[in-house]
Design a protein around this ligand. Structure first.
Ligand code: HEM
Length: 415
């Protein structure tokens, strides 16, 4: 029998608040029920939630699934009836290729692939390491930390590290971080009103527009300068498209890792035996980073909003053309069919098959960079501050439940 209609009556309300160290309990229940189950978004729309790992990978690689949010009927988490705002949002999307389908998407992605290759990121490692040592030393030596500990692992280490690295890579002045860091957090905060969220988008875009205009007159050494010389000057990229690409790289390049780093420290502090192993054998860090990614899966559904453009049969169900689909990355990464004892944190499990960086054509372009940053930053942090520990009870920490990308607003630490 084929159950093909989205059953609004049985749909759960979404999003369901996550727990600090794992998915909400409902995820396991939903995964047990079926690989796809109906859920109701705050916008009132009922969509399919994908709960299992195999089906998540299948759907994220299915060409009948679209990520283009400018399509009519695209399932948004929140809806605004302000037509003017909807139109302005659509206009601001030039070059923002995470929201595009092939072949349009591939044109932009292809221009950047070599910039994020394993080889290119390997060459960046000494610079990342120096940044990590500088930040750890500054934390140890700063009058703030020495005088009135605790330090804040988010403000003093987790956020500056990826911000410095991406600024340097792109050729964006780090002095301007206040603007793009605060606006990014407003933009990705689920509790922000659509108008305020759009205002934050436009402020970052306006800032980047200025950078691109200056680079068009006088290209510098970073990735922006290279794109101006090699793609803009040849007419391959329009001004607005270059702005959209830089916007995506700047936002995706700092906010995700900034959340992941402090959460990783917290997770390791809760598993002292495995932390001791890592400190004794630094070769274990790459495997540990994969497990941290799987275990936290911080993006969960936030980047995985999709719409079926044709009917897609899946097991004994069918996703109809026009149906919305949200892949629950965190549910997939805790699927016992893919990861035995999925709720156990185990740095030896070989977790690389997780979907925390996505899967398919949109799989994270910056994943080699993110892996290098996490591996180096965590190793350096524990090398410099071996007795690093939390300065507050875990239950009291300000987890960012209102943000689609999970993280900590602050993490007081001491040593
Ligand atoms: C821990 C850190 C990170 C996590 C968890 C993460 C997660 C993700 C995920 C889940 C996607 C897939 C989105 C989708 O399917 O729609 C994605 C895409 C993307 N990420 Fe990351 N990311 C991280 C770091 C980075 C970094 C450092 C960069 C550097 C610029 C970056 C740039 C991008 C870009 C450009 C895309 C869009 C790719 C495309 O559409 O082809 N990410 N990321």
């Amino acid at each position: 029998m084929t159950t093909s209609e989205l059953d609004t009556a049985t749909a759960r309300q979404f999003p369901i608040e996550r727990c600090p160290f794992g998915p909400p309990a409902e995820y396991a229940t939903m995964r047990g029920e079926a690989p796809i189950v109906p859920i109701r978004l705050p916008s009132g729309r009922t969509v399919w939630a994908v709960t299992r790992h195999a089906e998540a990978q299948k759907l994220l690689t299915d060409p009948r699934i679209s990520t283009d949010s400018s399509r009519e009927g695209f399932p948004r988490m929140t809806e605004t009836t302000d037509e003017d705002l909807n139109e302005r949002v659509a206009e601001a999307h030039a070059g923002f290729f995470i929201d595009m389908d092939p072949p349009e998407h591939d044109v932009f992605r292809r221009m950047l692939i070599s910039e994020f290759s394993v080889k290119r990121i390997r060459a960046m490692r000494p610079g990342i390491e120096k940044t990590a040592y500088d930040l750890a030393d500054a934390m140890l030596c700063s009058p703030r930390s020495a005088g009135d500990r605790p330090a804040d692992l988010v403000a003093d280490f987790g956020l500056p590290l990826p911000s410095l690295v991406i600024c340097q890579l792109l050729g964006v002045p780090y002095e301007d971080r206040e603007l793009f860091q605060t606006r990014t957090r407003q933009m990705v905060d689920f509790t922000t009103e659509p108008e305020a969220s759009f205002a934050a988008v436009m402020e970052i875009r306006a800032y980047i527009d200025g950078l691109v205009t200056r680079a068009e007159e006088n290209p510098g050494d970073g990735l922006l300068g290279r794109l101006v010389r090699e793609r803009r000057a040849t007419g391959e990229l329009a001004h607005d498209e270059l702005v959209g690409m830089m916007f995506l790289l700047l936002v995706a390049g700092h906010e995700t890792t900034a959340n992941m780093l402090p959460l990783s420290v917290l997770t390791l502090l809760r598993h002292p035996d495995q932390l001791a192993e890592l400190r004794a054998d630094p070769e274990l860090w790459p495997g540990a980073v994969e497990e941290l990614m799987r275990y936290q899966s911080i993006v969960d559904w936030a980047a995985f909003d999709r719409m079926a453009v044709e009917d897609i049969p899946l097991g004994d169900q069918t996703i109809r053309a026009g149906d919305g689909v949200y892949v629950l990355g965190l549910a997939a990464d805790r699927d016992e069919r893919a990861f035995p004892e999925p709720d156990v944190f185990d740095i030896h499990r070989g977790a690389r098959n997780h979907v925390a960086f996505g899967y398919g054509v949109h799989q994270c372009l910056g994943q080699n960079l993110a892996r290098a940053e996490l591996e180096i930053a965590l190793r350096v942090l524990y090398e410099r501050i071996p007795d690093l520990r939390a300065a507050a009870d875990v239950e009291d920490l300000p987890f960012r439940y209102g943000a689609p990308i999970f993280g900590l607003a602050a993490f007081p630490v001491t040593w």
